[in-house]
Ligand binder design. Sequence first.
Ligand code: HEM
Length: 382
Amino acid sequence: TGTYPFTGVHQAGIVTPAQDRLYLAAFDLTTTSRDELVELLRRWTTIAARLTQGLSAGPFGPASGPYDAPPDDTGEAADLPPAGLTITFGLGRSMFVGTPGPDGTPGEDRFGLADRLPDGLVALPHFAADDLDPARSDGDLVVQACADDPQVAVHAIRNLSRAAFGSATIRWTQLGYGRTSSTSTAQRTPRNLFGFKDGTANVKAEETDALDEHVWVPASAGWLAGGSYLVARRIRMRIETWDRTSLREQENLVGRTKGEGAPLSGGTEFTEPDFTAQGRGGAPLIAVDSHVRLAHPSSHDGARMLRRGYNFTDGNDALGRLDAGLFFVAFVRDPRTHYIPVQAALSRDDVLMEYLTHTGSGLFAVPPGVPDGSLVTGADGT
Ligand code: HEM
């Protein structure tokens, strides 16, 4: 696996064919200085541009430079290929307007950025059955590192976190070990921990019109034009209960077959579901409360999203149940039309919810890409 360009109209790591691994970190700013914030983002940009091209975090690398100073790269990726690393940055609502108090008192605009708050960067509402851990939610900044090698992704976050010392600290992180989506027609559809193909009906990189309509923020949206919004939801799955559920029930909950991933109305994986198709007795072949039906664009004024989630397993609880699930990541042009209504319908009516608990959440504005040629890069990438 090679390298993806860091610069471009859009940030990498969105339509980039989903890599095998994810390490995502949300940060809280500890500085209240706007200059320091700008400086941090500049530093991160330079480091990310280097790392994604297979270079060390700093110009000296892990094993040279001043002998009495810490090396400018931590070193654990030194002998590894770039593994398709992409680093994608996002900005949380709290960066612009602070965090409201529990009694509803407004947050503090620490950086004088309140008037730059993007319209879609709303506080997400409480969805039915949400059980969110604040220590796994929100944050002023987010960094999504994806690569085909987990060590490369973790190395990227570690070095960015190190470069943030004194300005920002990690609030929460999530490691994802298997992609649950395909974002290119060239990719095989992977499977989530329920054993079902996931990503079949996803928006794909090749669908450029659909990306403009559903993923990229339009030109009319000011400074965020060409960017997107990243929604993250840590969804725990009750997999032990699921594993005792009949195949018939599993397929009915999803609305697709487990083997092929075809809609229950017939056909093969990429056949469009037919929600009018009826079986014996007139019952719809795809149940009205199935996941695929409730999530389908036809239930949401045509809204689609680019899903880019990962499987996670974070140890187990005292009862021996895996703390496992799907770290849902999606990119949308406006969460108010393309995410919130869909999540509200799923949380309320989706029969799959019986097996799911949302335990973490974040919404971030993803700025457009760093324009080609705007970074000063010498022969060694500095
Ligand atoms: C489709 C599973 C959570 C939105 C699917 C499919 C599966 C699946 C198996 C069918 C294959 C495909 O088209 O990708 C799951 C599981 C979830 C989960 C196991 C939680 C652990 C979510 C959430 C959302 C969502 C939170 C959005 C709020 C969608 C959409 C589709 C889809 C938009 C495509 C529907 C279509 O156009 O046919 N999901 N999903 N899913 N899911 Fe989920």
